[in-house]
Write a protein that binds this ligand. Structure first.
Ligand SMILES: C[S@@+](CC[C@H](N)C(=O)[O-])C[C@H]1O[C@@H](n2cnc3c(N)ncnc32)[C@H](O)[C@@H]1O
Length: 227
């Protein structure tokens, strides 16, 4: 089994993580992003490197989480005002991996074409891969952006709604490819979640001029609009 001391294939936190260092000091240096139970220990938006085919460990390694798929009970249900939604089918502890946002991977041109084709109301399953990136030191000016489109192909993640006070956090996760622009997107519990509670993340859509689209998240600090 890999450990931060023995695994020399996986990128551990180092001095390049300038933004992360501001938050964590040196506490994350040389550590895996998961604890020994496989629960994420990073704040939202930081890049996760999982063990991969170059490592000598197997799938029980605590640094192989997203790649092992969904391990918690999830239920899809119908809401009164937001369409379909997802809730916890069991109590879930903070840091637990929930699911990966899956769909067709598109470049920016194809995403824009589809957005026009779907119309404003219909483009609700497009996820911009770097929309939740916190580590700005990795962002390169002029770099192309990629999108995941779960309109036609996807999994349970496509039914997870937005909340202005969410209980899930988003991370870009690298397994075999080291290209962060095409990272996997992992959703993790950002706090303990009770049985039956709706699962939500913050879509972080840009607020457009005009009326926009009303948010029905019901949070006490709701910003009132989705975009
Ligand atoms: C990724 S889908 C989520 C699943 C969707 N509810 C469904 O029935 O398929 C995103 C769409 O769900 C709706 N939605 C998600 N969160 C919402 C919220 N807080 N308030 C209102 N509508 C929301 C919006 O129509 C949005 O475009």
């Amino acid at each position: 089994m890999c450990s931060p001391e023995t695994c020399d294939h996986v990128y551990l936190f180092d001095n390049d993580y300038e933004d992360a260092r501001d938050i964590y000091g040196n506490s994350m240096l040389g550590r895996f992003p998961y604890d020994d139970k496989g629960r994420i220990v990073l704040e939202e938006g930081y890049l996760v490197y999982e063990c991969n085919s170059m490592c000598s460990c197997n799938k029980t390694c605590p640094n192989r989480v997203l790649q092992n798929g969904i391990r918690v009970k999830l239920e899809v249900f119908k809401t009164d005002n937001k369409g379909w939604a997802v809730r916890a089918g069991e109590p879930i502890l903070r840091g637990t991996f929930i699911c990966e946002y899956i769909g067709e991977v598109l470049d920016e041109q194809e995403a824009n074409d589809r957005r026009d084709r779907y119309g404003k109301e219909g483009c609700s399953y497009l996820y911009k891969i770097d929309a939740h990136t916190n580590d700005m030191s990795r962002m390169v000016e002029g770099q192309s952006h990629y999108f995941i489109d779960a309109t036609k192909y996807g999994n349970v993640s496509r039914f997870i709604n937005h909340s202005c006070m969410p209980n899930l956090a988003n991370h870009q996760v690298l397994v075999n490819s080291m290209d962060s622009q095409r990272a996997h997107i992992g959703l993790y519990a950002s706090r303990d979640i009770s049985f039956g509670e709706e699962l939500t993340y913050n879509y972080r859509y840009e607020l457009l001029p005009g009326e926009g689209y009303p948010c029905h998240c019901g949070a006490s600090k709701c910003q009132g609009r989705l975009y």
